[in-house]
Design a protein around this ligand. Structure first.
Ligand SMILES: Nc1ncnc2c1ncn2[C@@H]1O[C@H](COP(=O)(O)OP(=O)(O)OP(=O)(O)O)[C@@H](O)[C@H]1O
Length: 221
């Protein structure tokens, strides 16, 4: 059974259709790479999948026991977010906000899980550091840990390596792949680096072409 189904979906803003004829399914453990030119609508599609905006047409369904608040999201970083005055641990803990409701504190279990998530991305030594004093690559790892706190099932990652040097990008891709393989977390990721993602992705979803559907790749390494 599919975790996510998009049927004849169109996305956009008001009367402006950015993408249409989007038809695909995502199953548990898939690693989907969303590729396409700048401005082709990848982020808009992601936000629509996450329920942050409504599809202009068609239907998006979650299935296989997946609920909207169980999807971890790593948004495209803005300059403002890079300067966020909080500790690394606070940023990671904020990943629980979708599930913990309006409770004004985090439980001991959540704090433990946040530390474990930082360990998973190799950033546990930095938990007390100030987020804005980290390098771009370190910040992206912290945001990955935050997304990991929000989910055990599916992560939606919007250009997680943007602005990183080739080595930091390769490290980040390897970490994401390990989370996919080790924990079976479904990955839905926007990336411009097709060579690298082809090595890891099970499917590539090319947007900005007349009909949009996921194409199976060679898959695993
Ligand atoms: N809030 C908005 N209101 C109206 N139009 C928007 C809005 N956000 C984005 N757009 C437009 O929608 C189109 C798709 O933008 P989107 O950010 O989804 O593209 P993208 O494929 O993610 O691009 P990139 O690779 O550069 O991140 C663009 O033409 C953009 O100008």
């Amino acid at each position: 059974m599919a975790q996510l189904i998009c049927r004849n979906v169109a996305v956009g803003y008001g009367s402006k259709v950015v993408l249409h004829n989007i038809d695909f399914e995502v199953h548990a453990g898939n690693y989907i790479c969303i590729a396409g030119e700048n401005g082709s609508g990848k982020t808009t599609l992601m936000k629509t999948i996450l329920g942050l905006q409504k599809p202009l047409k068609g239907e998006i369904h979650l299935g296989d026991g997946l609920h909207a608040n169980e999807i971890g999201y790593l948004p495209q970083q803005t300059v403002l977010q890079k300067d966020f005055p909080a500790s690394v641990l606070e940023i990671v803990l904020s990943g629980f906000q979708g599930t913990c409701g309006i409770r004004p504190f985090y439980t001991r279990k959540e704090k433990k899980r946040a530390q474990k998530a930082l360990q998973e991305v190799g950033m546990d030594r930095f938990s007390r550091n100030c987020y804005r004093e980290l390098s771009g690559g370190q910040q992206q790892r912290v945001l990955l840990a935050r997304a990991l706190c929000a989910t055990k099932k599916m992560m939606v990652l919007d250009e997680p390596v943007s602005g990183l040097d080739p080595k930091a990008s390769a490290d980040m891709y390897r970490t994401i792949y390990r989370l996919n393989r080790q924990y079976g977390i479904t990955i839905l990721m926007i990336s411009h680096d097709l060579d690298l993602t082809k090595r890891y992705a099970t499917h590539i979803l090319r947007v900005g072409v007349p009909s949009i559907h996921a194409v199976k790749t060679g898959g695993e390494l």
